[in-house]
Design a protein around this ligand. Structure first.
Ligand code: ZN
Length: 299
C-alpha cells in the first residue's frame, strides 16, 4: 500500500507575516492560487491577529474570501485569542489554527501573555468552536526556544498532554519554531507522543540551521503524516530572533516523491508557486530544490 502524507502550505501566513513592505492583497491571492494549482489542498491563508501587532496580516479576511472560492481547498487561519476566534468564525474559515508556546518567554514575546493565560483562553475557544469548523492546536517552541534554549522533553510532553485532554480528535502540531530541533529529538518526541496519545500530531518546522528536511524525515519515520511547509522556503518569526524560513515545500515534496510517498502535488507546478513566493519583494527564500538544474529539467 502506498503511503500518503497531508501537506499544509503556510507561505501565505508564516512566509509573509514578517516581511517589512506590505505585500499587496492581489499578490497574496496569486500565491494562494499558485499553490492550489500545484495540488495543495490545505493552506494557512492568514492570521486574525491584531493588525497593529502584525500589519502584514491585516487583509486576511479578503485573502480568505478569495481562497474559499478554490475548489477543495481547506483554509486555515491562525487565531491567537478570543477576538481572532470570533473574526475567523465570522469569516467562515474551514479550520482554526490556535497557537501558544511551550516556553514562557517565547509566549510572552509572541502574544504578550503568560502561558497559563493563553491556555485558559484557547481551552475555552476549543469548547466553543462550532461543529463543522476543524481545529489545529499549534504548540510553538516544542523543541527549542530562542530565549530558553533546548526545551526539556518532559516539559514539552506536559503541555502536549494538557492540549490532548481538550479534545479527543483535534490535530496538534509540534512546531520547531526556531529551526534548531535535532532529528533524534524530533523522532523521540513524536514516538513518545504517538505511543501515549495516538497518531494525531503534525510537524511544523523551519530550516534556519539546515536541519529542516532531516527533521521532517525523522517525524515521518516516527509515524507523522501531516506536515507544514512553505513554497520557496520563505518565512521567519518576528518574535524568534534569527529564525529564517519554513522548510521549503518543494524540498518536502521532492523528499516524499523520492521515497515513494504520495503527496497529491504536481512538482512542476509547485516550482512555479515556489518561484512566485521567492520573488515577492522582501521575502527571504530558502530551500535547495529551486537551485538544482536537474530538478528544473525533470520538472
Ligand atoms: Zn513557523
Amino acid at each position: 500500500m502506498t503511503e500518503r502524507v497531508q501537506l499544509s502550505e503556510v507561505a501565505p501566513r508564516d512566509g509573509l507575516q514578517s516581511i517589512g513592505p506590505f505585500v499587496p492583497t492581489e499578490t497574496k491571492i496569486a500565491l494562494v492560487r499558485a499553490c492550489w494549482e500545484a495540488g495543495l489542498r490545505r493552506m494557512e491563508v492568514g492570521s486574525f491577529v491584531s493588525p497593529r501587532a502584525v500589519p502584514q496580516m491585516a487583509d486576511t479576511a479578503e485573502v480568505l474570501r478569495a481562497a474559499k472560492r478554490l475548489d477543495g481547498l481547506e483554509c486555515t487561519v491562525l487565531v491567537p485569542n478570543r477576538r481572532g476566534f470570533e473574526a475567523a468564525v465570522a469569516a467562515g474559515a474551514d479550520r482554526l489554527g490556535l497557537f501558544m508556546s511551550v516556553t514562557e518567554s517565547h509566549n510572552r514575546a509572541n502574544v504578550n501573555r503568560r502561558r497559563e493565560e493563553s491556555f485558559a483562553d484557547l481551552a475555552a475557544i476549543v469548547r466553543e468552536t462550532p461543529k463543522g469548523t476543524r481545529l489545529r492546536f499549534n504548540l510553538s517552541c516544542v523543541f527549542h526556544c530562542p530565549f530558553e534554549g533546548v526545551v526539556p522533553e518532559e516539559e514539552a510532553l506536559d503541555w502536549i498532554e494538557r492540549v490532548v485532554a481538550l479534545d479527543p480528535d483535534m490535530e496538534i502540531a509540534l512546531a520547531d519554531t526556531t529551526g534548531n530541533a535535532a532529528p533524534d529529538q524530533v523522532r523521540r518526541l513524536f514516538e513518545r507522543a504517538h505511543r501515549a496519545w495516538g497518531r494525531r500530531f503534525a510537524y511544523h518546522g523551519h530550516d534556519t540551521y539546515g536541519m529542516g528536511i532531516a527533521n521532517v524525515t525523522a517525524a515521518y519515520e516516527a509515524g507523522c503524516r501531516v506536515f507544514d511547509a512553505a513554497s520557496g522556503g520563505i518565512g521567519g518569526c518576528p518574535f524568534a530572533p534569527g529564525a529564517t524560513g519554513n522548510v521549503a515545500m518543494e524540498d518536502v515534496v521532492w523528499l516524499f516523491h523520492r521515497m515513494g510517498v504520495e503527496t497529491g502535488v504536481d512538482f512542476a507546478r509547485l516550482l512555479r508557486a515556489a518561484d512566485l513566493a521567492a520573488g515577492i519583494p522582501g521575502a527571504v527564500p530558502g530551500g535547495a530544490m529551486r537551485r538544482v538544474p536537474a530538478v528544473r529539467q525533470a520538472a
